[in-house]
Write a protein that binds this ligand. Sequence first.
Ligand code: SAM
Ligand code: SF4
Length: 445
Amino acid sequence: MKRLHVITWGCQMNVYDSARMADVLAPLGYAPASAPDGADMVILNTCHIRDKAAEKVFSELGRLRRLKEATGGRMILAVAGCVAQAEGAEILARAPYVDIVLGPQTYHRLPEMVARAAQGGPAVIDTEFPEEDKFDFLPDATAPQGITAFLTIQEGCDKFCSFCVVPYTRGAEQSRPAAAVIAEARRLVAQGAREITLLGQNVNAWHGEAPDRGTWGLGRLLYELAELPGLLRLRYTTSHPRDMDDELIAAHRDLPMLMPFLHLPVQSGSDRVLAAMNRRHTAADYLRLVQRLRSARPDIALSSDFIVGHPGETDADFEATLALVRDVRFAQAFSFKYSPRPGTPAAGATDQIAAEEKDRRLAELQALLREQQARFNANCVGSILPVLFTGPGRHPGQVAGRSPFLQPVHVTGPEHLIGQELSVHIAAAFPNSLSGTLTEEIVCA
Ligand code: SAM
Ligand code: SF4
């Protein structure tokens, strides 16, 4: 048995890709190792979305170089993901001890790359966007992911927001056929998954080939997946406001197992900045969409992404973002300082915002978002929420799971509750989690 250690940075799509890379290498005898020391192969699965991505990779590579030397150079070192895609040649120039550089679209070819690397020739680099679809070449057999599982249904992006590298690193938008998605979901459930999160850079732009010809949208796919016996919960992320169509909103109304929590990035509340970002929606469009979602599913909780300090953002633009946040009342959110990404239109803009100003705006926005999250969590106290238990809690004798709104919930209870969805009386709220006690009522065993 050989030992494989994978280090993953970035989004849930990278987490999914790392698991699939391990699946591809399993038939070659590679079994997961929890640490890189003494491993036969280490893969760094990288993210390029914001600042210092490449520096982080090079500093990790420095550490791994010493571990590779300790194996007499036998350890195969691979750099995968979006940094590899964007900066593959530079990686090999600066870290010539790296054996393999591969992009997010070529990891089905890993066995071939590993065979070439093992022969000790020059480094292997494969960062093309291949003709073939990697999903057609990945093995069906997958290592179980656990009670909650990720399933990538869509990749890439054609939207070209001014600030974003994804269209360049992940390539054009692609949707997997519905039959392939349903088959993978079935396998995940058979392996014990009770909740599936469908993934995509623009997951709601999914338009997959239907089993009976034609295409389906995400709404239709969700109705189909909701029929899978044994599956308790469905989620999807990340969505673009422009792709929330009527059928998808109706799915939120009709499917109780589609969790009432939606990550719907808006980025800014200023129409001027939204136009400069090439988001192709206004703040009013976003607010109308929130209204429609809340009419369809009154308890839906919203999360978002924000960027402060995009080139040209004025104080008034930033105030418009704060106003939108006050209007919507988010349950949770991610916010970032604009980080120029090489090759993107905004990186070349001359009206960049000073670092101190970005810091100030981010601090103000985050204070407001934290306040909203605390209020959302506090409002859960006293209610009974279904919690899907996924693992042991922080303290002995505790189990932990997730509420429908994705909040971590801790209760005192035995480990055999893991995998069940049970009602919990919420007794206390913390900044990022809840705690409570099990009620008598069993929602689902
Ligand atoms: N496709 C999603 C959408 O359009 O909303 C977002 C995907 S992106 C991988 C995740 C988040 O990273 C974005 O929503 C954005 O807030 C943030 N992001 C992307 N590029 C950025 C940049 N150059 N600087 C700061 N944040 C960035
Ligand atoms: Fe990036 Fe999302 Fe915009 Fe696509 S839609 S370019 S992934 S931010």
